[in-house]
Design a protein around this ligand. Sequence first.
Ligand code: DAH
Length: 350
Amino acid sequence: MTELNAIVDTAKAAFSEAATPADLENAKAQFLGKSGRITELMKGMAALSVEEKKSLGAAINLAKQAIEAALSDRRQALAEIELLAQLQAEALDVSLPGRQRGQGGLHPVTLTTERIEAIFGSMGFDVAQGPEIEADWFNFTALNTPEDHPARSMHDTFYVEGGSDAAPNLLRTHTSPVQIRHALQHVKQHKAAMDAGLPMPEIRVICPGRTYRVDSDATHSPMFHQCEGLWIGENVSFKDLKFVFTDLCRTFFERDDLVLRFRPSFFPFTEPSAEIDIQFQNGPLAGRWLEVAGSGQVHPNVVRNMGLDPEKYIGFAFGMGLDRFTMLRYGVNDLRLFFDGDVRFLSQFQ
Ligand code: DAH
């Protein structure tokens, strides 16, 4: 009997030492397997008397049951340990923040464009678009800049396929061709009414967009942004240009003290022409004049190319640099920053 008790104790110890189910099955074999210790004892009973078989058999059975119970306890314990380990390995930390998509924002030049569209919108201006690959006629000729005109050399640009050999298509050098495109469409739209003697509704439009020149330094980029403005009617004068542009700049820069200067200049498509400078009265830019646009009274030849009688219709136009306006508003000193796509720079405008 003491031998049986010793076997049971050894089995219990072996089971509790087994660290994995495989270890446990090996330990089980030592006691309950074909040549395990309990099995061997039972085999040995064959030689015993009936009486001895009865009492020893009962004792061996008890020992066997005790070993089986210890085995099943350990099996359960190991299964629980395994489950716990698995749960831990696959644990989801529900307190972690979910994966987020980075939120983008509008480019500073787009912010400026939208702001300018809103300000002009409040003054009754439409917004028009034109193609970036432009025909020579719209970019130059219709704007009173014939083929041999020296002003063309200031607009060195990228020529592309299409058009004629003498006048290939090009990446537009300014947004001014949209003046012509928009005016022609406007006149066509209102032709029937005008033929019937009704006055033409005024043309009041801005045309923002990308423009191209062969130019590259801190304040020039081969691709840049302009916004054209055009107001044509029967009685639109230079005074209206001064009012509209002054109002635009004061609203855009949120400075009532902003002073504008219209400096005489030359553009083939306007007569007279002026460059517009702004002067800041206060702050870090106080006293400085900064050129922000070209402008003028639309030349009679251009009015004619719009399909209108220059004796009857008159107006003004301007072309402003959107990148310039953006640099001034945010105090950016290098234009190239706008086009590098560096998130550290761009995220500051969100
Ligand atoms: N297109 C001119 C340029 O890019 C700017 C300009 C000047 C536009 C006078 C105008 C204007 O509409 O009237 O340099």
